[in-house]
Design a protein around this ligand. Structure first.
Ligand SMILES: [Zn+2]
Length: 194
């Protein structure tokens, strides 16, 4: 919906080229772009010369009107970045990597509270001593699923009741106009531990 020419530089053969890429994705109108983002194809390109994979990055605003959220991917985040605001009554999040963007979309599409999800991930990481990410929610069996990130993925389940208990302790003002960072470090600011 809003295109730029991303500069591509192949680190294998040195080939330099440009690729048209989108900096604003409205998921309702561009299901193909949503799919590319969620399957980690969006920021990848095949080198026209040596056919190896080139990855690139640029800021991206992802808006989902159906589930009412906006995620801003800001790969080169600097502290002095002007504060971005929007008056839309949507959940507004800022992420710094493709992986975070993919996971955030899955969490918010499922209608989950990402503060609570980060806390549940923290509990799993403590137990397993390895990184995990949110996979999905199976509400029929009252289970939230997480997967380990390194090596072959292992599936870890957390009962929905645990999620619901923690959700009551979460205090996050979704009417805030700013884009909020909710990750493993910052989520603790939005939850009450007793
Ligand atoms: Zn190449």
């Amino acid at each position: 919906m809003k295109s730029i020419l991303a500069q591509l530089h192949c680190r294998y053969c040195g080939y330099q080229t440009h690729k048209k890429s989108e900096t604003l994705v409205l998921s309702a109108f561009e299901p193909k772009l949503r799919e590319d983002i969620l399957t980690d194809r969006f920021f990848h390109h095949e080198c026209p010369c040596c056919h190896k994979h080139i990855s690139f990055q640029h800021p991206l605003l992802y808006q989902d009107d159906k589930h009412r959220f906006i995620v801003l991917l800001q790969p080169h985040f600097k502290e002095d970045l002007p504060e971005l605001q929007t008056t839309l009554a949507y959940r507004k999040r800022m992420v710094f990597t493709n992986e975070e963007l993919m996971e955030k979309i899955r969490i918010l599409e499922d209608g989950m509270n990402d503060v609570v999800i980060e806390h549940l991930k923290f509990l799993l990481v403590e137990k397993l001593q390895q990184k995990v990410r949110y996979y999905d929610a199976d509400l029929a069996s009252d289970t939230l699923w997480f997967e380990t990130v390194q090596g072959d993925p292992e599936w870890k389940a957390i009962p929905q009741s645990t999620y619901k208990t923690m959700e009551k302790r979460c205090h996050l003002d979704e009417n805030d106009r700013n884009f909020i960072v909710i990750n493993a470090d910052s989520y603790k600011n939005f939850i009450e531990f007793r």
